[in-house]
Design a protein around this ligand. Structure first.
Ligand code: HDE
Length: 751
């Protein structure tokens, strides 16, 4: 009856006519095989959930199995309802006094819908706000069973896990590849309760005492007046703090190294940072540091690449993790332990184990593998899982205890406390992602968002009304019993031990352990970051700190800043390098590496097909890059000159001469018109692709005229890691070997 409504409905019908997304067809034109109406008009039976659409299998605080079932139950039935389960006829129009009249306040569906939307956002994490996560499984080798009674570390135990990776400084919407520390937090849903290993990709921390955490974070976060820069340490307040508070020197040096810009979450090491205490079945204790070792090796970006990615693909790490899991290339890490005798002084070969700015070199205490972590399932809802997961260093299980590291002590308070604000109350352990898999029988009651319907009348102990239940456990029934470690006799002080005062010998060891290329990168990073500071005094102070690490480092950065290099103020530490700290000089599997294959219509398309298949067979990812979308002979074009950027690829293959693209960026003829596909390798976008890949130390292969592309991109055909051969498959063979070393290190000036 209403002509406007009828017209709108007609337009809507035409638009949904093809039954496909805009990428698959032309809106309004029904596709030959598509049904005419996309939206079902009649209710269907709900589809069985895909395996990856369920929450973790958990039990509720009352011991009832819930998890997946309950998550599914949260949205069931065929008809749209309101939050109370009442079916709705229309969710597109507000209730009005006539089609052109005022909206009525009595529209309770409108109010419910908008009210809920208004409260969709929760406070982001004060640190580690931006993250990505995955489900997986931890398989224990049993090699730690002699030193810990933790059930999940017994031989052949399998434990479900959820792992969240993160940057520290940026907001939820910031970029992935900023220079920063990365979080590596693992929730083990063990049979004895939840164990969280809340670690980082850098084994040391900025501060030795938790009371300094607000200081270091206030300094690292954007300036309070303009709220810039986002997710960066390259600004005055950060450098002001870390140069005044020199215990931050070691962590800062790691941040300025390649470790601050990982290639992927899959190629990152992880560290528990603190020294923990393992407790064996016989009560014996051992001090321990936890390590995650990626099966794909440790690999980083180069700085220019990282900066480009921030614009080209701010979700680079998040996408990489999800894509790899979806493709079945499950990321894997081995959990390793370094163990030390639990002596009263808690030092190992002169290294204070309670000082979280220290590492223990692997050459002094080898990392022994104790189990394998495999991430094999993407979350099905980012908010419910990745955002609502709540880690806590105090989530411990029998067999793993804490030490007196003063940084760890503060964390034991902070992680519980922060969830109250972030997740809105004390019942966050009941959220599906946080629920333990072990039966829960606590006496915690009520509070905001209580979802358990507790039974019984006596949530207190001792009681007789509930038959004395629940009972307390003992050592023989799996109770968590703190190890009876002697407490040193002392007086109350606000102070740190003498041994915490050495801030430079460990950074010096790190510097001395780096290869020449890694040192070049560190020098570049310090120079870049300090040149972004406005205050001359801060730059000068930073140089004084660097002088105490190493004179060469200090002199090179000083040259870059145009300042004189100061003399050290403390004697340079006499330390041995630790080769295990360097990322260069190893060979790693090439699984999942991305090979871009550039061609045009005149290229060797049969050769491209052969090499594409060979890349796939080698467990890597081939992406065919053509001038425009569509097909190149028998091949589907996956990237075009317009959307391919070097940062997406680990290696490039140039298959003959790519045609010049014919858009605004393509080559022009004398009259300024787009040049025809003349076979001249002058398309500036291909030139940029190749020259960037070259600059970033990536392997490049060429055949069948691909040499001309190299020349046009100013890449010498005889440079290290550039392979010119007679066929794509021959080029790939050499490229694969180069990829195993991650980058062509010889291409960097320092090499
Ligand atoms: Fe954290 N840290 N932290 N941290 N941290 C948080 O907890 C804190 C520290 C780490 O993916 C917060 O739930 C204090 C070291 C990771 O959800 C907060 C101190 C290490 C994550 C907090 C530290 C970490 C956090 C913010 C100094 C490596 C992300 C939101 C005493 C061993 C976990 C939250 C996730 C998150 C406090 C130092 C790792 C505020 C007070 C050292 C991986 O509670």
């Amino acid at each position: 009856s209403n002509p406007i409504k009828r017209a709108a409905e007609k337009v809507a019908d035409t638009l949904r006519g093809d039954g496909t997304g805009p990428q698959d067809g032309i809106p309004g034109k029904p596709g030959p095989e598509s049904p005419a109406v996309a939206e079902p008009t009649r209710p269907r039976e709900p589809l069985p959930p895909k395996p990856d659409q369920t929450g973790p299998d958990t039990v509720s605080p009352t011991g009832q199995p819930t998890g997946a079932d309950q998550a599914r139950f949260a949205q069931s039935g065929s008809y749209l309802t309101n939050a109370q389960g009442t079916r709705l006829p229309d969710t597109d129009h507000s209730l009005k006094a006539g089609p052109r009249g005022p909206v009525l306040l009595q529209d309770h569906h409108l109010r419910e819908k908008v009210m809920h939307f208004d409260h969709e956002r929760i406070p982001e994490r004060v640190v580690h706000a931006r993250g990505a996560a995955a489900h997986g499984v931890f398989q224990s080798y049993g090699t730690a069973a002699a030193v810990t009674k933790a059930a999940f570390l017994a031989e052949d135990e399998e434990t479900p896990v959820f792992v969240r990776f993160s940057t520290v400084l940026g907001s939820r919407g910031s970029s992935d590849t900023v220079r920063d520390t990365r979080g590596f937090a693992t929730k083990f849903y063990t049979s004895e309760g939840v164990f969280d290993l809340v670690g980082n990709n850098i084994p040391v921390f900025f501060i030795q005492d938790a009371i300094k955490f607000p200081d270091v974070i206030h300094a690292g976060k954007p300036h309070p007046d303009r709220e810039i820069p986002q997710a960066q340490s390259a600004h005055d307040t950060f450098w002001d703090f870390v140069t005044l508070h020199t215990e931050a020197t070691h962590h800062t040096l790691w941040n300025m190294s390649d470790r601050g810009i990982p290639r992927s979450y899959r190629t990152m090491e992880g560290f528990g940072v603190h020294t923990f205490r393992l407790v064996a079945a016989d009560g014996g204790t051992t001090l321990v540091k936890f390590h995650w070792k990626p099966k794909l090796g440790v690999h980083s970006l180069v700085w220019e690449e990282a900066q480009i990615i921030n614009g080209v693909d701010p979700d680079f790490h998040r996408r990489d993790l999800a894509d790899a899991i979806e493709a079945g290339a499950y990321p894997r890490w081995e959990l390793g332990i370094q163990t030390f005798p639990d002596t009263p002084d808690q030092t190992f070969q002169g290294i204070d184990l309670l000082d979280p700015t220290n590492i223990v070199p692997e050459e002094l205490a080898p990392v022994r593998p104790v189990g394998l972590l495999t991430l094999n399932r993407n979350p099905s809802n980012f908010f419910a899982e990745t955002e609502q997961v709540a880690f806590h260093v105090g989530h411990l299980v029998p067999g793993i205890d804490i030490t007196d590291d003063p940084l760890l002590a503060g964390r034991l308070f902070s992680y519980l406390d922060t969830q109250i604000t972030r997740l809105g109350g004390p019942n966050f352990p009941q959220l599906p992602i946080n629920r333990p898999h072990a039966p829960v029988n606590d006496m915690l009651r009520d509070g905001l968002h209580q979802t358990a319907v507790h039974r019984g009348a006596a949530p207190y102990r001792p009681n007789s009304l509930d038959g004395g239940c629940p009972f307390t456990a003992g050592a023989d029934t799996g109770a968590y019993i703190e190890s009876p470690v002697p407490v040193p006799e002392s007086t109350k002080v606000r102070d740190a031990p003498e041994s915490f005062a050495d801030h430079f010998s460990q950074p010096r060891r790190f510097w001395l352990s780096m290869s020449p290329v890694e040192r070049e990168h560190i020098i570049g990073a310090y120079t870049f970051e300090l040149s972004k500071c406005y205050e001359q005094a801060i730059r000068e102070r930073a140089l004084r700190v660097l002088a105490n690490i190493d004179p060469e480092l200090c002199a090179e950065v000083a040259t870059g800043l145009g300042l004189p290099a100061p003399e050290p103020t403390v004697p340079l530490a006499d330390v041995e390098p630790s080769p295990a700290l360097s990322q260069v000089g190893h060979t790693w599997p090439t699984d999942g590496r991305v090979v871009g294959i550039v061609s045009g219509p005149d290229g060797d398309l049969d050769g491209v097909r052969a090499v594409r298949d060979a890349v796939l067979e080698g467990g890597m990812v081939p992406l065919v890059i053509g001038p425009v979308g569509g097909t190149l002979g028998p091949l589907t074009v996956q990237r075009t000159y317009a959307n391919a950027r070097s940062v997406e690829f680990d290696a490039l293959l140039l298959a003959g001469t790519p045609a010049v693209g014919s858009d605004a960026y393509g080559a022009r003829d004398a009259k300024g018109l787009p040049a025809p596909s003349a076979g001249a390798p002058t398309d500036p976008r291909v030139g940029l692709l190749v020259s960037e890949a070259f600059r970033h130390g990536k392997a490049i292969g060429a055949w069948a005229g691909g040499e001309a592309v190299l020349a046009a991109s100013a890449v010498p055909a005889d440079a290290p890691g550039v392979v010119v051969t007679t066929s794509g498959t021959a080029a790939l063979e050499q490229l694969t070997r180069l990829l195993g070393e991650h980058r062509v290190w010889d291409r960097f000036a320092a090499a």
